[in-house]
Design a protein around this ligand. Structure first.
Ligand code: GLA
Ligand code: ZN
Length: 687
C-alpha cells in the first residue's frame, strides 16, 4: 500500500493554502514560507480551488506558477498535498458548457456561482477533469514534494439533470433487468404508481414522486455510484502517472448525502474536516462536542482500518456556525490531541492565510489579516507544530479496539424515510450515541463499522436499530454469535429488506428473531415529553438501578426462547405492564441481548460497562476517569503505548494512575496522580 509516510515519516502539520489568491503579491508568497517554518508547518494542501488560475482559458494550461510554489516550498522543507481542482469549476466553463451545471430536485438548473455544484454525469465535465488532472499528473505525480492527492473537495450533492436521469434509468435497468422486477421491488401497485416504460422513471422530487421508498433509496445509491464513478474518472490519470502516490478525499462529519463507505475501495487514506461547535454551552462542558467529534474520528479510522488524516479544522473560529466562537486558550492543543488519540496522523487547518475578500474572509486562519506572528492563534498553532515534531514514533500507530458499534448509511437513509413509526426523528443516530457515550466516557476504545464490514474480531458488537437488514448481514451476525461474540440488538431491527419492503413473518427477520429468542409485536413511539419505565427483574449485573426511564420508541416483544432481564413497569393502567424490555439468549459460544426500547443514558452506562468488564474488554488506561476526562491509547509499530489524556471541562481534574506515566513533550513524570488543568491535555508513555 502506498504511503505518504514513505516520503515524510512525520506527523503532518499543515493547512489549506491558496497562493492563487495572492499571485500578484510576491512579497506575501515569500513571507508565507517564513511564517510556515515558524509555525512548524511541514505540508500544505494546495490547488484545491485553483482551476481558473490553472486553465484561465480553455486548453490554455498555466502550471508554472504552481510548479514554482511547490518547488520553493519543498526547498524549504514543506511538502504538498496536491488537490485536483474539480470542486469549483471556472466561470468560463460553466458558461460555455451549461450541461456541467447542476440541476436541483425541482428541475431548476443552477446559474454559475459557489462551488461543489457540478454534474457528476456530464461527459464534458468528466473530460475537462480528466484533462486538467492529466496535466497535473504529468507535472507532479512523480515530484518528490508531493505526498498525496487530495481529490476535489468535500465531495457532495446530487444532480437531477436530463443526463443524470438517463444514467439513473440505465443504472436501474442493469440492477433490475426488467420493469416487472422493479415494480415489485418498489411496490408500485400502491396508488397506481406502476411503471410501464423505463422512460417514465424520474428521480425523486418534491414536485413529483417522493413516496416510493425503494426509489428514494435507489436514487441515493445511484448518486453514490455516480460519484464513485466520477471519482474513478478523476483518479485514473493520476494513478496512471504514478500508481504509488496515494489518494484521499476529505469527508464531512456525519454527512449523509452519499454513502462515503462506497468510495473506500478507491482511496488509500481517509481524511476528514472537523468543525464541531465548540464553546456553545454556558458551563464550559465540552464533552458533548468532543464526543461527536471523536465518534466521527472513530468512523474514519475504522473505514480503512488504519490512521486517518485530519485534513481541516479551524485554528480559531469558523465563519459559518450560528455564533463563531474562537477556540479558547489551550483548546487547539486539546482538540488536536483528541484527534491524535483517535488515530489521526496529521493536524491540518483551514486555512493558512486568511483570504482578503469574499465569503470566507472572516474564517479563522493560521495567519490573520494582520500578518503577525504574535497573535494567540499563530502561537498556539506553533505550539501544536512543536508537539507534532516530537511524535514521529506515533506515525501509523494503531488504536486497538475490542468493541464495535454498527452505523450504516443505507440503514440511516431508509429508517429516516420510512414514514412511521416516529416522524419527529426516529432517533437512529441518537441511539448510536446512547451506546457510544459510556464507552467514550470510560475510555473504552470503539470501532464504528457499517453492515458490510467484518465484525468477527470484536468481543462486543452493538447494533442499534438495524431497520434495513440484508440477509447476508443477518447471516454474519448469527455466525458472529455462534463463534463466541456478544451481540446487542435493539428495537426496530430487521424490519425491511434492501428495497425497504417489509419482511413478512416474524421479525427481526432473516433468523434474528430466533437468534434473540424474541418476536416483535408492536411499537409504541413516544412524544419527546413522555416516558415509560423498565424494571430489572433479573439484573444482569450488580449495582444496576431497579428501574430506568424509557423514551422515544418502546417496542412490545414476546420472549419465546430468551431469558427476560427487565420488563415494562408502567403505573398507567392503559400501558402494558410486565412485558419484556431486555432479554438475553445464548447461542453457540456467544450471547445476544435484545433491548426493546430507548433507555435513558444511565441505563447504557450501568449495563454496557459491566458487560464490557465481564468480557475482559480492556480500557485504554485501566483507571476510573472523572466526568469529562478522556483517556485513549495508541500502539506504535515497535509496541510502545502512547496515552492521551484530555480534560473537556473548565474544572481542574486529577487522574489516579494505575502506573507511572511520563509526558512525552516535557519529560515530566507522574507517579500516582496526573493533574489536568481546565481544557488541559497531555500525551504520555509508561515511564
Ligand atoms: C470546508 C471546506 C473549506 C472551507 C471550510 C470552512 O471544510 O472544505 O474549503 O470552506 O469548510 O470552514
Ligand atoms: Zn447531472
Amino acid at each position: 500500500m502506498a504511503s505518504y509516510l514513505t516520503a515524510l515519516p512525520h506527523m503532518l502539520h499543515g493547512a489549506d493554502y491558496n497562493p492563487e489568491q495572492w499571485l500578484d503579491h510576491p512579497e506575501i508568497l515569500q513571507k508565507d514560507i517564513e511564517l510556515m517554518k515558524l509555525a512548524g508547518i511541514n505540508c500544505v494542501s494546495i490547488g484545491i480551488f485553483a482551476w481558473a488560475a490553472l486553465e484561465p482559458k480553455e486548453h490554455d494550461y498555466r502550471l508554472d506558477w504552481l510548479s514554482e510554489i511547490i518547488d520553493t516550498l519543498y526547498e524549504n522543507g514543506i511538502y504538498s498535498v496536491l488537490a485536483t481542482p474539480s470542486g469549483a469549476k471556472p466561470v468560463w466553463m460553466a458558461h460555455k458548457y451549461p450541461e456541467i451545471r447542476r440541476v436541483n430536485a425541482m428541475r431548476v438548473r443552477d446559474l454559475q456561482g459557489g462551488r461543489h455544484n457540478h454534474c457528476y454525469t456530464s461527459p464534458i465535465y468528466r473530460k475537462k477533469v480528466r484533462q486538467i488532472n492529466t496535466k497535473l499528473a504529468e507535472r507532479f505525480a512523480n515530484h518528490p514534494a508531493v505526498l498525496l492527492w487530495h481529490i476535489s473537495n468535500e465531495i457532495q450533492g446530487e444532480c437531477h439533470c436530463p443526463l443524470c436521469q438517463e444514467a439513473f434509468r440505465q443504472w436501474l435497468k442493469a440492477k433490475y433487468g426488467s420493469l416487472e422486477q422493479l415494480n415489485h421491488a418498489y411496490w408500485t401497485a400502491f396508488w397506481s404508481h406502476t411503471y410501464t416504460d423505463w422512460s417514465q422513471i424520474e428521480s425523486p422530487s418534491p414536485a413529483g414522486e417522493t413516496n416510493i421508498h425503494g426509489l428514494n433509496l435507489d436514487w441515493k445509491r445511484f448518486c453514490t455510484a455516480q460519484t464513485v464513478d466520477f471519482f474513478a474518472n478523476e483518479i485514473a490519470p493520476l494513478k496512471a502517472a504514478n500508481p504509488d502516490l496515494p489518494v484521499t478525499a476529505n469527508f464531512m462529519g456525519f454527512y449523509d448525502g452519499i454513502d462515503y463507505w462506497k468510495l473506500l475501495p478507491l482511496m488509500d487514506v481517509v481524511s476528514w474536516d472537523s468543525y464541531p461547535s465548540f464553546h456553545n454551552t454556558d458551563n464550559g462542558d465540552e464533552s458533548g462536542n468532543a464526543m461527536w467529534n471523536d465518534a466521527y474520528s472513530d468512523i474514519c479510522r475504522t473505514m480503512l482500518g488504519k490512521p486517518y488524516l485530519l485534513m481541516e479544522n479551524t485554528p480559531s473560529q469558523t465563519n459559518w456556525h450560528g455564533v463563531c466562537r474562537p477556540k479558547q486558550p489551550g483548546f487547539l492543543r486539546l482538540s488536536s490531541i483528541a484527534h491524535l488519540a483517535h488515530g489521526a496522523d496529521s493536524i491540518q487547518y483551514f486555512q493558512f492565510r486568511q483570504s482578503r475578500g469574499s465569503c470566507e474572509k472572516f474564517h479563522g486562519a493560521v495567519v490573520s489579516h494582520s500578518g503577525r506572528t504574535d497573535t494567540r492563534t499563530f502561537q498556539e498553532v506553533s505550539g501544536v507544530g512543536k508537539m507534532l515534531a516530537s511524535l514521529d514514533a506515533l506515525c501509523g500507530a494503531r488504536v486497538p479496539s475490542q468493541t464495535a458499534i454498527l452505523y450504516d448509511m443505507e440503514n440511516h437513509w431508509a429508517v429516516n424515510d420510512a414514514k412511521g413509526p416516529r416522524n419527529d426523528d426516529i432517533g437512529d443516530t441518537d441511539l448510536f450515541f446512547r451506546f457510544y457515550r459510556p464507552f467514550w466516557q470510560a475510555g473504552i476504545p470503539v470501532d464504528v463499522v457499517n453492515a458490510d464490514m467484518d465484525f468477527s474480531a470484536y468481543k462486543l458488537l452493538c447494533v442499534p436499530m438495524l431497520y434495513l437488514l440484508r440477509k447476508e448481514t443477518a447471516q454474519r451476525l448469527i455466525a458472529y454469535v455462534k463463534q463466541g461474540g456478544t451481540l446487542i440488538l435493539t428495537c426496530h431491527t430487521g424490519v425491511v429488506d434492501e428495497h425497504d419492503l417489509c419482511y413478512l413473518g416474524d421479525t427481526p427477520a432473516c433468523g434474528l428473531a430466533a437468534l434473540a429468542g424474541v418476536r416483535y409485536l408492536e411499537t409504541d413511539p413516544l412524544y419527546d415529553w413522555q416516558h415509560q419505565t423498565m424494571r430489572l427483574t433479573k439484573p444482569p449485573f450488580e449495582n444496576m438501578a431497579k428501574t430506568y426511564q424509557l423514551n422515544k420508541l418502546c417496542e412490545r416483544i414476546a420472549a419465546e426462547d430468551a431469558k427476560v432481564l427487565a420488563v415494562y413497569d408502567n403505573d398507567n393502567p392503559c400501558e402494558p405492564d410486565g412485558m419484556p424490555v431486555l432479554t438475553c439468549r445464548s447461542e453457540g459460544r456467544g450471547q445476544v441481548y435484545y433491548l426493546a426500547a430507548f433507555a435513558e443514558d444511565k441505563f447504557f452506562a450501568d449495563f454496557l460497562l459491566p458487560l464490557a468488564q465481564s468480557l475482559a474488554i480492556e480500557k485504554a488506561l485501566p483507571a476510573d476517569l472523572p466526568y469529562g476526562v478522556c483517556a485513549n491509547q495508541r500502539i506504535a509499530a515497535d509496541g510502545t503505548a502512547f496515552y492521551f489524556l484530555q480534560n473537556w471541562t473548565r474544572t481542574p481534574q486529577t487522574i489516579m494512575l494505575p502506573f507511572p506515566l511520563q509526558d512525552v513533550e516535557s519529560g515530566r513524570c507522574y507517579q500516582n496522580k496526573l493533574p489536568l488543568p481546565p481544557y488541559g491535555a497531555i500525551i504520555a508513555k509508561p515511564q
